[in-house]
Design a protein around this ligand. Structure first.
Ligand code: 4F9
Length: 224
């Protein structure tokens, strides 16, 4: 999968170089291409923002550098072009799976009070939010989305990790996990997990999933 990212803060994406995602990039399973929107501005002072028409606080990103950056990255509009925004549809695991089925994604990260609306109309396919809060820019939301999507790209997760048995994979939260020692600070591992009875263990885990989901996320339990 190829992922393009247009941002005023390319250094913010350093975390993509480490861990599971870093290895996926190194091995070529993921091709991540980060460009600085400022490299595309025609303004002789490198400006990429201006005051809002109609007045108001803060600055708005101007359309020209963004439009030219996106056109250079994706001249034939092969990528799904995503703007990270609190106004977007809130990211969920089923959206992550849909995004992972694409060959190319392009993330536009805004800063300041936002970007000129015309660039959204001209160049953007969809808007995605990662939750109901405001950040200083779309960089962290883009990284969150890339991380969640990359886990579904074949070969990115090792054989010991899986997207099949985890929270949300079947609409339920994950069951609790235990490892050695069998007793810690006076607390025992549930006996069923030491029984060797795999059917009983599976039934216990399922019951725990349902219990935890209905307690903590009645909205998820309801939807099933
Ligand atoms: C984007 C917040 C996506 C949540 C972008 C400021 C944002 C955001 N989800 N906040 N710029």
């Amino acid at each position: 999968m190829r992922i393009d990212i247009a941002t005023l803060f390319p250094e913010a994406f350093a975390p993509l170089g480490v861990g599971v995602i870093g290895r996926a990039v190194e091995s070529g399973l993921l091709e991540v291409n980060i460009v600085n929107i400022r490299d595309y501005t025609l303004d002789k002072h490198g400006k990429c923002d201006d005051t809002p028409f109609g007045g108001g606080a803060g600055m708005v990103m101007t359309p020209q550098p963004i439009h030219d950056a996106i056109s250079a990255l994706d001249p034939d509009h092969e990528a799904l072009r995503i703007y990270m925004s609190p106004k977007g549809r809130t990211l969920c695991q089923s959206m992550v799976k849909e995004l992972a089925a694409r060959d190319r994604l392009l993330f536009l990260c805004g800063s300041y009070e936002g970007i000129d609306e015309r660039v959204l109309e001209l160049d953007i396919d969809c808007e995605i939010s990662i939750g109901d809060y405001v950040l200083t820019g779309g960089e962290l939301p883009a990284m969150v989305t890339v991380n969640a999507v990359a886990r579904y790209v074949k070969g990115v997760l090792g054989s010991e990790q899986s997207t099949n048995e985890e929270s949300f994979s079947d609409g339920l939260l994950e069951y609790p996990q235990y490892t050695r020692p069998r007793e810690f600070m006076g607390k025992e591992v549930p006996a069923v997990l030491l029984s060797g009875d795999h059917a009983k263990i599976a039934a216990w885990r399922r019951a725990k999933q349902i219990e935890i989901t209905s307690q903590r996320r009645p909205d998820l339990a309801e939807g099933r």
